[in-house]
Design a protein around this ligand. Structure first.
Ligand SMILES: NC(=O)c1ccc[n+]([C@@H]2O[C@H](COP(=O)([O-])OP(=O)(O)OC[C@H]3O[C@@H](n4cnc5c(N)ncnc54)[C@H](OP(=O)(O)O)[C@@H]3O)[C@@H](O)[C@H]2O)c1
Length: 247
């Protein structure tokens, strides 16, 4: 039987990049997938169509997670569509490279809103329908444990994710809910588009043990593992998925 057969998953930021790859991996394993997006309606529709074309089940939901009520609005849509959620991948995120001097208050706040406030309140709002033995996967970053680039505000949002993972896992273990995070290094997505340039690729390979640039599928496999029963005794942890970056 497929690994996620009979399970329902929500993946935020599933229109592109790592979220898209995670949504496809969970669907491949038999999960019904709710594909969340914000601006990328066509991209989200394409993900839904790809899943359906392979015989899977998927629906798309729109919500702006930079808005204070964004997570609540998304949770309402999900609660209307299902009475039970087994997998939540809170992946949507933004980054803005800026030196300490250049960092603007509005960019600092927006990164914390999307990367930290939204996952926090999404978990809160979905608690009533998270099933026993469900799995929550958050997305951290190499930046939380190492100084890479001019990303201190972004890095702080991911440090907050590593902290939330422990507190959420501790609080929700009683219900059998596991909470973990993956911490990717540089991944070739729109967010890290510099990795597609020669200089960006050279920098990326110089900090990694593995000598190639990661693709979204490299991260999706680890997300699917944490979402699966194979990881049933793993909770409260951040799994480095970075090709051995900054060892
Ligand atoms: N790429 C890397 O090198 C890297 C490394 C470490 C960690 N990460 C983390 O991995 C996660 C995914 O990153 P990615 O590289 O896949 O990024 P990406 O390709 O830029 O995709 C970002 C996703 O987040 C969604 N999103 C952005 N702003 C949003 C908002 N205000 N409300 C709702 N959704 C919003 C986007 O939706 P729409 O397009 O529909 O608006 C999109 O689906 C993020 O948490 C990121 O911090 C990435």
């Amino acid at each position: 039987m497929a690994k996620f057969s009979g399970k329902t998953a929500l993946v935020t930021g599933a229109s592109r990049g790592i979220g898209r790859a995670a949504a496809l991996a969970l669907a491949e394993g038999g999960a019904k997938v709710f594909v969340h997006y914000s601006q990328g309606v066509d991209e989200a529709e394409a993900v839904v169509n790809e899943i359906r074309s392979k015989g899977g089940e998927a629906e798309k939901f729109k919500a702006d997670l930079s808005a204070a009520n964004g997570p609540h609005e998304l949770a309402e849509q999900v609660k209307k569509a299902t009475s039970k959620l087994d997998i939540l991948v809170a992946n949507a995120g933004i980054s803005k490279a800026a030196s300490i001097e250049e960092t603007r208050v509005e960019d600092f706040d927006r990164q914390f809103a999307v990367n930290v406030r939204a996952p926090f309140f999404l978990v809160q709002q979905l608690l009533p329908i998270l099933s026993d033995a469900s799995s929550v996967v958050l997305v951290s970053s190499l930046a939380a444990r190492a100084a890479v680039g001019t990303l201190s505000a972004y890095a702080a949002t991911k440090g907050a994710i590593d902290t939330l993972v422990k507190h959420f896992a501790s609080a929700l273990g009683e219900r059998g809910i596991r909470v973990n995070a993956v911490a990717p290094g540089v991944v070739a997505t729109d967010m890290s588009s510099f990795a597609k340039t020669d200089a960006g690729k050279d920098f990326t390979l110089s900090i990694q043990a593995m000598k190639r640039v990661a693709q979204p599928t490299d991260i999706a496999g680890a997300i699917a593992f944490l979402a699966s029963d194979d990881a049933q005794w793993v909770t409260g942890d951040t799994l480095r998925v970075d090709g051995g970056s900054k060892l």
